[in-house]
Design a protein around this ligand. Structure first.
Ligand code: GLC
Length: 481
C-alpha cells in the first residue's frame, strides 16, 4: 500500500512534543510492513536546514498557490536514510527556512501551515506518488482532506484521507476572511470550516476526512464530551461513525534501558534491580539530592502546563513531603507560576526536592531509569508517551485514569497485584495524594510486590507493531482491500 504521512514535525528532524515522536515511529513501523511504500513530508525548518547531519537533494521546485499568493517551494529528498521511509522536506524561506525561533507561535501560523498543506499535495503530484492513503495530523495539516477534495481530485481520484487528532486543544482558528483570502476554497466548503463565523481548520478535517483517528481508545470516547472537546463535542459526535482510537506505542529501540547511551548503567527486565539502583544513585548525585537507596524517588518529566496536572501536584506537594519519607525530582519548563512554585519548593526542602527547569533529553532518560515512581496526573491526556517510557525503564506510574493513561496503565490493587500502576479516577488532589501514597507504601513495605510490578511494567509490549497493524486494518478497510 502507498501511504503518505504529512505532519508539521517529526523526530529526529524537528520535534516540539509527542507528535514529533509519533511521526518518527509510526512511519518507520508502517514501512516495516511488507508491501508498503511510505513517504513522510515535513517543513524544511531552519534548524533542519542548518543541521549538517541531514543531507538532501533537490528533486524539483515550483510555485504553490494560496489565494492570490504564489510562493516558491523547493522539494528536497533526505539522503542516507536506510529504512523503507522516504522523507521529503518542503523548502520555503518565506514560511519556514528563513525563520528563527520555535516551530509554532508565529503570527501567521495559519497561513504557514495552509501553504504547507497545499504544498504537500503539489509535491506528491510532482513526484508521481499517488497514495492509497494520506494520513495527516493535528490542525497544521488539517486542511489536506478539504484541499484534496476541492482541488486535487483529478490527480488523486482514489486517494483516501485519514485525519489523526493528537490534541484537540489546538484547532487552527482563523478569522472568517481567511476562507477566501488564504484558502480560496469553493463556497460549498464554507460550512465545514465554519465555527461561529470563524474558520476552524480541525473542524474542517473532522468533517471532510474519510476517517478520523485519535491516539487512544478512551480519548476517542472522551471527545464526545464538552469537558474534553474544547468546543468540538457535537462535531465529534456527528463524526463518531468514522472515529477510531488507536493507542500510540513508543520507539522501543530508542527507549531501551539495555542500550540507551544516556544511562550510566544498563539493565533489562532480568537485571533491573542492580541496574536501576546504580542509575538511581548516579541520578541523585547528578541532581544534588542525597544518595539514599531506600527512600522512594518520585519523578516527573513534563511540560509545566496546567493540563499536565501540575495544579494537583502543587496542591499536594508539601503535605506529601511532610507526611511521607520521599524525594521529588521534576524536569521541564513552562508556565512561570509553576516554575516559581518548584523553585520555592526546592528552596524549602533542598535535600528532598530537585527542580531542573530546563529541557534535557539525556537527563530525561536518566530520570526514567533512576526514578522509582513516575507521576502523571494530567487533567486530560490524548495518549501520553512518558508513562510508557517510564514503565519500559521499570519506574512505576501513578496516573489520572484519563485518555491514553487509562488505556496504558491498568490499575493494580493496593498490594500491587494485577495492573501496571496506581491510578485515581476523579481529578482532585486528595485522590491523587492517596494514589501516590499507595505507591510509596508498596515501595516501602512490600518490596517484593513492588519489584514484581516493575517487572510487569518492563515486560509489556509498548512497541509500535500492534498500533501499526491497527492503522493498516483501517487503511485496508478504507481502500476496500
Ligand atoms: C499530543 C498529546 C499526547 C500524545 C501525543 C502523541 O502531544 O497531548 O497525549 O501522546 O500528542 O500522539
Amino acid at each position: 500500500m502507498r501511504i503518505a504521512i504529512l505532519a508539521s514535525e517529526g523526530a529526529p528532524y524537528a520535534k516540539s512534543g509527542g507528535l514529533g515522536d509519533v511521526m518518527e515511529a509510526l512511519p518507520a513501523a508502517l514501512g516495516r510492513i511488507p508491501g508498503n511504500e511510505v513517504v513522510l513530508v515535513l517543513p524544511y525548518y531552519k534548524k533542519i536546514k542548518e543541521n549538517p547531519k541531514y543531507q538532501t537533494e533537490l528533486i524539483c521546485h515550483f510555485d504553490v498557490t494560496l489565494g492570490w499568493r504564489q510562493q516558491y517551494c523547493g522539494l528536497l529528498r533526505l539522503k542516507g536514510r536506510d529504512d523503507n521511509v522516504k522523507v521529503y522536506f518542503l523548502d520555503s524561506d518565506y514560511y519556514f527556512g528563513g525563520r528563527d525561533g520555535a516551530i509554532y507561535g508565529h503570527g501567521d501560523d495559519g497561513e504557514r501551515f495552509a501553504w504547507f498543506s497545499r504544498a504537500c499535495l503539489d509535491s506528491l503530484m510532482r513526484i508521481g506518488f499517488i497514495p492509497d492513503v494520506i494520513q495527516c495530523n493535528d490542525w497544521q495539516t488539517a486542511l489536506v482532506p478539504t484541499f484534496l477534495k476541492a482541488f486535487y481530485r483529478q490527480c488523486f481520484p482514489h486517494t483516501r484521507c485519514v485525519f489523526t487528532i493528537h490534541n484537540i486543544e489546538y484547532q487552527g482558528w482563523a478569522h472568517g476572511n481567511f476562507f477566501d483570502d488564504v484558502l480560496s476554497l469553493p463556497w460549498e466548503f464554507r460550512g465545514c470550516m465554519d465555527m461561529n463565523g470563524s474558520v476552524n481548520m480541525m473542524k474542517g478535517a473532522i468533517e471532510t476526512a474519510d476517517m478520523v483517528t485519535t491516539v487512544s481508545e478512551t480519548y476517542s470516547r472522551e471527545l464526545m464530551y464538552p469537558y474534553y472537546a474544547h468546543g468540538l463535542d457535537s462535531v465529534i459526535t456527528n463524526a463518531s461513525w468514522k472515529l477510531t482510537g488507536i493507542t500510540n506505542g513508543i520507539d522501543t529501540n530508542t527507549f531501551n534501558p539495555a542500550t540507551d547511551p544516556s544511562l550510566p548503567a544498563h539493565y533489562d527486565a532480568d537485571t533491573f534491580k542492580e541496574g536501576k539502583a546504580a542509575c538511581k544513585a548516579a541520578l541523585q548525585r547528578e541532581v544534588g539530592l542525597p544518595v539514599k537507596p531506600r527512600v522512594p524517588l518520585l519523578v516527573m518529566v513534563t511540560r509545566l502546563a496546567g493540563h499536565k496536572g501540575l495544579d494537583l501536584l502543587c496542591y499536594i506537594a508539601r503535605k506529601l513531603l511532610w507526611e511521607e519519607s520521599c524525594q521529588i525530582l521534576i524536569l521541564g519548563t513552562g508556565e512561570p507560576q509553576f516554575e516559581q512554585f518548584f523553585r520555592d519548593l526546592e528552596a524549602q526542602f533542598p535535600d528532598r526536592v530537585a527542580a531542573k527547569l530546563t529541557f534535557d533529553l539525556g537527563l530525561a532518560a536518566r530520570i526514567y531509569a533512576g526514578g522509582d515512581i513516575y507521576l502523571m496526573p494530567s487533567k486530560s491526556e490524548p495518549c501520553g508517551l512518558s508513562q510508557m517510557n517510564a514503565m519500559r525503564y521499570g519506574t512505576v506510574p501513578v496516573v489520572h485514569a484519563t485518555g491514553g493513561l487509562r488505556d496504558t496503565v491498568p490499575p493494580c490493587t493496593e498490594d500491587g497485584q494485577d495492573g501496571l500502576g496506581f491510578t485515581f479516577q476523579s481529578y482532585n488532589g486528595d485522590d491523587f495524594l492517596a494514589a501516590v501514597k499507595r505507591a510509596i507504601h508498596l515501595y516501602s513495605k512490600n518490596r517484593k510486590a513492588f519489584s514484581q510490578l516493575q517487572y510487569r511494567d518492563m515486560t509489556q509490549d509498548f512497541s509500535w507493531d500492534k498500533p501499526a497493524e491497527k492503522y493498516m486494518n483501517l487503511f485496508r478497510q478504507l481502500c476496500g482491500q
